[in-house]
Design a protein around this ligand. Structure first.
Ligand SMILES: [Zn+2]
Length: 226
């Protein structure tokens, strides 16, 4: 899936979640039965007050909000950004979706019409996102590497990299590649493949955490003195 299509899908999913809105049995708060997003938490975070009965939220609003969640000022900024920036935005968006909703401690969050806030949290520890992913091998693994290289990221196969997450060094060709399982991707095979540390799933470092080992060493002394 292209980045732009991924963002469009997220906006549609957010809108679908919004459309589950209903007035509670007592008639005093709006509730949701979202499938994809922690919609109440997101509205709260972005200052969207949905407690008015005339409140409207359309596809354009959903797109704008997705752009904001991805770190951009507007949908236009997001959709016209360079591929590399979109890829970074996509990764951070994926992470926030799966942290905030898929595996969080959040249960429900609502406002009453007179502005009272009702939030429930569970106290279970945050799960890792590992169960939401499948590890790739063979051609799928190679496709992940090729896509990463196409975006000007990653390294030559024999380049020794250091994972700043676990501190271990290995050749770039030893990385793991994973993607979301279809059941966590709206039933579709996700073609966004994520490069992970060689020591995944013990280490949760990803592409951003991998630095060429020589450069690390060359700059190491300078960096330390700053
Ligand atoms: Zn690592």
């Amino acid at each position: 899936m292209k980045n732009i299509d991924y963002f469009k899908l997220q906006a549609k999913n957010l809108l679908k979640d919004y459309q589950t809105r209903y007035l509670s049995e007592d008639g005093d708060i709006y509730e949701y039965e979202p499938k994809f997003f922690d919609i109440v938490g997101i509205f709260l975070e972005y200052g969207i007050m949905d407690d008015d009965k005339n409140f409207e939220f359309k596809l354009g609003n959903a797109q704008h909000l997705i752009a904001q969640m991805a770190g951009f000022a507007s949908w236009k900024d997001l959709t016209t950004a360079p591929e590399t920036d979109q890829l970074k935005a996509r990764k951070s968006l994926e992470r926030s979706i799966h942290n905030e909703y898929g595996c969080t401690s959040f249960i429900s969050h609502n406002f009453t019409p007179d502005g009272r806030e009702i939030t429930e949290y569970s106290h279970e520890p945050l799960d890792s996102d590992v169960p939401y992913h499948e590890e790739l091998s063979g051609k799928d693994w190679q496709d992940g590497i090729d896509e990463c290289r196409k975006y000007g990221m990653g390294f030559e196969p024999d380049t020794i990299v250091e994972c700043i997450h676990c501190g271990k060094q290995f050749a770039f060709k030893e990385v793991k590649v994973r993607r979301l399982k279809p059941e966590y991707n709206d039933g579709q095979e996700d073609d966004f493949k994520e490069i992970m540390c060689k020591h995944y799933p013990t280490c949760n470092g990803n592409l951003i955490d991998l630095m060429p080992a020589e450069i690390q060493n060359d700059n190491g002394s300078d960096e330390n003195e700053k």
